[in-house]
Design a protein around this ligand. Structure first.
Ligand code: KG4
Ligand code: ZN
Length: 356
């Protein structure tokens, strides 16, 4: 079984062919990715209109490249999957329309994939992790705990009520005059800093549930920076980066304890898997903390390889394949959606300002 996947929901134009085989190392047949980082860097963040145009310019070529590298043609595919949301709507439309056109032209089934489901199932592409598992999804656009119970079966345990964790890294990096994306730059600078120098607020610390809030932290970072005078030194900035990173990690670990307790209520967490995905999962301090936490609770810990943590086509192709195996096929009417929570119950009572 061969499935083509297309991802265009943010600033990566990506495409991949995956196959159904018992050996996880052989599942990705080919993958192509164009990162728009350079296009957005001068603006310090992703500009939606620039992103949509870049997707249009690059997607056709990437699809051709993926098929060529896989040594197949459209006719050899069993299904065509694309991200149908949530994300920047212009980009989502570009990818989904491309997939619909290919599906119609080649007479193949279309699978409209929720981008969050792509992240949620990526660990089954790389590591065969069985259901159910607890997932921490931390990226530039999302920050949530999900109980992943089966394909199409997700329970959102908590989410951010304002900014995502990656967004907090990006905004803090901007305040410190570092480039975009901010996460890697802050992590690098933090290595030279004293994490105990600045005491920053820990939003929702020890509060019930496992929701997040990061927007207040950004203001605290700005005030701390101002307290260093008109020309903060490199050491001031490094200390602030280290203090910020340590605070975010402490908050995530505190929230994770609550998420494990919530997951435990329905699935006895001990012996189960704790999974982290999303761009922020690249952070070494976060991984260290989560490994220790999972061990403390008798859970195994898995993070997909980095290239599957950040946005990519293979995770969309794989989610498409998992859905296709269960006959979960969509029509050509499938809509592109800017917002699309994975958990229908959570969708019924969204938080004000919550992402997806
Ligand atoms: O998953 P991703 O590539 O795209 C989204 O779906 O958002 O995540 C990108 C986010 C950015 O906010 C970036 O600053 C953050 O992941 N990030 C990191 C690190 N590497 C990337 N955050 C903290 N530490 C890192 N090493
Ligand atoms: Zn993503």
């Amino acid at each position: 079984m061969l499935v083509l996947g297309i991802e265009t929901s943010c600033d990566e134009t990506a495409c991949a062919v995956v196959q159904d085989t018992g050996d996880p190392a052989r599942r990705i047949v080919s993958h192509s990715l164009f990162s728009q980082l350079r296009e957005h860097a001068p603006y310090g963040g992703v500009v939606p209109e620039i992103a949509s145009r870049a997707h249009i310019e690059h997607l056709d070529g990437l699809v051709a490249e993926s098929l060529h590298a896989a040594g197949i043609g459209l006719a050899d595919l069993d299904a065509i999957a694309a991200t149908a949301g949530p994300g920047l709507i212009g980009g989502v439309m570009v990818g989904l329309m491309t997939a619909k056109t290919l599906a119609w032209a080649a007479n193949k089934p279309l699978i409209a994939v929720n981008h969050l489901e792509g992240h949620a199932l990526s660990v089954r592409l790389s590591d065969d992790v069985p259901f159910p598992y607890l997932l921490l999804l931390v990226s530039g656009g999302h920050c949530q705990f999900l109980s992943v119970e089966g394909v199409g079966q997700y329970r959102r345990l908590g989410t951010t009520i304002d900014d995502a964790a990656g967004e907090a890294f990006d905004k803090t990096a901007k305040l410190l005059g570092l480039g975009y994306p901010g996460g890697p730059a802050i992590e690098r600078l933090a290595r030279q800093g004293d994490a105990t120098r600045f005491e920053l607020p820990r939003p929702l610390w020890r509060k019930p549930g496992c929701d997040f809030s990061f927007s207040g932290l950004k203001t605290a970072v700005r005030l701390a920076l101002e307290s260093c005078g008109p020309q903060p030194s490199e050491q001031d900035k490094a200390d602030l980066a280290a203090s910020f990173q340590a605070t975010v990690m402490a908050v995530i670990l505190d929230r994770a304890r609550h998420a494990i307790a919530m997951f435990d209520e329905s699935h006895a967490a001990r012996g189960k898997h704790f999974v982290v995905a999303g761009g922020v999962a690249a952070n070494a301090k976060l991984r260290e903390g989560l490994v220790a936490l999972a061990e403390e609770y008798g859970m195994s810990f898995t993070a997909p390889p980095l290239k599957l943590c950040t946005d990519n086509g293979a995770m969309i192709a794989w989610a498409g394949l998992e859905r296709f195996r269960l006959n979960m096929i969509d029509t050509l009417e499938a809509p592109a959606r800017a917002r699309w929570p994975l958990d229908a119950q959570a969708a019924a009572k969204p938080f004000a300002g919550a992402k997806a």
